[in-house]
Design a binder for this molecule. Structure first.
Ligand code: SF4
Ligand code: SF4
Length: 167
């Protein structure tokens, strides 16, 4: 208790008890929203959805520990790959929502997506007065794609192929 009190006083009055308090000097926090912190490039802020890559496989929804991804889709016929071939069946998205009121930002959905349809954006300013508005639909998730930064290169000597963010 004594240590806590001494640390608190030293933090609030870095120039001594006779001088005015200066609680922000040396602080590791910023005075948001007056000061906006710059998140690191790969920060888990919000998830962007690239529609064209999503095959409605449902893997992300099944693996999400919070069950906060809601997907609905339907099958439709696509032209055959080769002339004279059989028409193919393709899944189309009807609904793709993520409820950020439930999401715990674990990143499992982004990691398990086999088709590179989900990406992290560092954007974090999407708080809402109504909790229901934290449900982002497919269009809103697609809009976040504009804020997804390019992947950084790997260390020199790495043979890993650099991933690209689809446009
Ligand atoms: S980050 Fe985790 S909790 Fe959030 S939607 Fe993805 S899997 Fe679910
Ligand atoms: S986002 Fe990825 S894992 Fe989720 S349904 Fe679409 S393709 Fe499957």
């Amino acid at each position: 208790m004594g240590v806590t009190a001494r640390t608190m006083l030293r933090t609030l009055f870095p120039d001594g008890l006779t001088k005015p308090p200066s609680p922000t000097r040396g602080a590791h926090t910023v005075q948001y929203p007056h000061v906006k912190e710059e998140p690191v490039t790969r920060a888990r802020g919000v998830i962007g959805l690239h529609h064209d890559n999503c095959t409605v496989c449902m893997l992300c929804a099944r693996e999400c520990p919070d069950w906060c991804i809601y997907i609905e889709g339907h099958k439709e016929l696509a032209p055959p790959r080769r002339p004279g071939g059989k028409p193919r069946q393709r899944n189309k998205i009807d609904r793709f929502d993520i409820d950020y009121a439930l999401c715990m930002y674990c990143g499992i959905c982004v990691e398990v997506c086999p088709f590179d349809a989900l990406f992290w954006s560092p954007e974090f300013e999407y708080s809402e007065p109504r909790i229901a508005d934290l449900l982002h639909d497919a269009d809103r998730l697609a809009d976040w794609m504009d804020t997804v930064p390019e992947f950084e290169g790997y260390e020199a000597g790495s043979t890993q192929k650099k991933r690209a963010v689809p446009q």
